[in-house]
Design a protein around this ligand. Structure first.
Ligand SMILES: Cc1ncc(C[n+]2csc(CCOP(=O)(O)OP(=O)(O)O)c2C)c(N)n1
Ligand code: SF4
Ligand SMILES: [Mg+2]
Length: 478
């Protein structure tokens, strides 16, 4: 094998074809030419291959340019909310200590929105390896300042250059993490040229090896180029890093206690559902869930509409209502990549039993607040299910066999109650009125939680009452 073949060979821990990647090109990554992420992916994949750990590894991809890391790595993958990789990795490792966790994070992800998560995960010494890709900018969103942006560096949000008095100094994560007691290994490397790539390979492998050997938390901060964000050509990467980045971010191993540590072993606490319910005070018999006296073991609800209609809040209020009735609940928001005017939705599951998945494929109840969401979700309503649609906006009554369809003039009713914005609460009321087992006290307490201000509470109470009366009328015919 020639040196060039060696360099371009994909390790077995990377998919040979990137089938998960949309579009015709399944060979190349989605990264810009000269981006550091691609190099770092390959280094991690090679280390996984060499250590033989891919089948036990769960790689957590962040929000940022590497949000699609799961296109590439042939191991367990989870994509998580911005900054939350260490929190999710904590959940995975605590529930299955045999897994090896990689928390792959950018500087916006780890050092801005996710600062608390990383500090606490490190401080707890969670069994995970963090690869912190510091390219001193928010690459994905078009080049805004990150906590690691250099003094004087021009970004979309620091057009005159970062100023320490305005925006603070570049945050030195590796140094910060290294002073905590729990981490076993903390290093900073770079991938701006071949020599540094080789050093990074060593550090990456060492950190993963430490985890394979059960040693605990390790973090490798990797300085990476983002030529698009830095507004330079890929050819200028190395010079830019040497001149601007290295004087600020020192390379090296800040902590290496791998050899001295015995390793982390945590006992798992288990509890039965009955024990949990007892601890939460939810074991009493009065918590029954039988909407309209039909016993649902699991009721899936989809609430959908456009941004600003309070769709997510409606889902949260329904979830809280479920909790007040002692049910297991999940709430899963989906903002989607749709254009303005499209749909946002959330799925709510109310269940007597523990919930395996928060995904609602066939809702027993669909609340459609605008036309596009009705069109999208109507075919998915479960046979025998209920569709409540916002007849103030959707003029044409939908048609579907085998389900109950009810148009609610939600916006008009909300306007009468004081504001059109309370249309979501009108719908909540209709749900409560239709399914007669959601008690009025629980409804009121949910509203009080969401609207602590008196005048808003009064307005929303009017909207709720109007909705409840409407729902009850639908149910009883009077
Ligand atoms: C909760 C949330 N807030 C903000 C955003 C917008 N956002 C997407 S990527 C990003 C910054 C990512 O920067 P970084 O972690 O440095 O990754 P890079 O793209 O540079 O690799 C932000 C702020 C989001 N998607 N979600
Ligand atoms: S914007 Fe920067 S970090 Fe994102 S893919 Fe392009 S070069 Fe890489
Ligand atoms: Mg970045």
């Amino acid at each position: 094998m020639t040196l060039m073949e060696k360099i371009i060979k994909k390790p077995s821990t990377m998919y040979a074809q990137f089938e998960r990647k949309p579009g015709a090109d399944k060979e190349n990554t989605h990264y810009c030419p000269g981006c550091g992420h691609g190099i770092i992916h390959k280094i991690i994949a090679e280390a996984m291959e060499e250590l033989g750990i891919a089948d036990r590894t769960v790689l957590i991809s962040p929000v940022g340019c590497s949000v699609f890391a799961y296109y590439y790595f042939d191991c367990g993958n989870i994509q998580v909310a911005h900054g939350r990789a260490p929190a999710v990795a904590t959940g995975v490792t605590r529930s299955n200590a045999d897994n090896l966790l990689i928390s792959y994070q950018g500087d916006g992800d780890l050092a801005a929105i996710g600062t608390a998560e990383i500090i606490h995960a490190a401080n707890r010494g969670e069994k995970m390896t963090v690869f912190f890709v510091n390219n001193s900018i928010y690459g994905m969103t078009g080049g805004q300042m990150a906590p690691t942006t250099l003094i004087g560096q021009k970004t979309a949000t620091t057009p005159f250059g970062r100023n320490a008095l305005n925006e603070g100094n570049p945050m030195k994560i590796a140094e910060m993490i290294s002073i905590l007691d729990s981490p076993v290994y903390v290093a900073r490397t770079s991938v701006h040229d071949i020599r540094h790539i080789m050093q990074t390979r060593k550090a990456v492998k060492k950190a993963l090896q430490a985890q394979r050997d059960g040693k605990g938390f390790a973090l490798v901060e990797i300085l990476a180029p983002c030529p698009s964000g830095w507004k330079i050509s890929p050819q200028q990467n190395a010079e830019w890093v040497e001149k601007n980045v290295l004087p600020v971010f020192a390379l090296g191993e800040f902590k290496d206690e791998i050899a001295q540590r015995d390793g982390v072993s945590r006992a798992r606490t288990t509890a039965t559902q009955a024990e949990l319910l007892a601890v939460l005070g939810l074991d009493s018999e009065e918590h029954v869930f039988s909407p309209r006296n039909e016993v649902f073991s699991r009721m899936g609800i989809l609430s959908a509409g456009f941004g600003g209609q309070g769709i997510m809040m409606l889902g949260q209020m329904l979830s809280l209502l479920g909790m007040r009735h002692g049910l297991s609940v999940t709430w899963l928001p989906s903002y989607g990549p749709e254009m303005r005017g499209g749909t946002a939705n959330c799925s709510v599951v109310l269940s007597r039993d523990p919930i395996g998945s928060p995904v609602v494929e066939s809702p027993e109840l669909l609340i459609a607040m605008n036309g596009p969401s009705l069109e999208k979700f109507l075919p998915r309503v479960a046979p025998g299910g209920l569709l409540l649609y916002n007849a103030s906006i959707i003029e044409q009554a939908p048609v579907r066999e085998g389900i109950t369809i009810v148009g609610v003039p939600a916006a008009e009713m909300a306007r009468e109650a004081g504001s059109e914005r309370a249309a979501n609460v009108v719908m909540l009321g209709v749900v409560a009125g239709w399914y007669d087992s959601f008690g009025p006290e629980a409804m009121q307490s949910v509203l009080a939680d969401f609207f602590p201000k008196k005048d808003l509470l009064a307005l929303n109470t009017r909207a709720l009452d109007a909705g409840m009366a409407w729902g009850k009328k639908m149910r009883t015919g009077q």
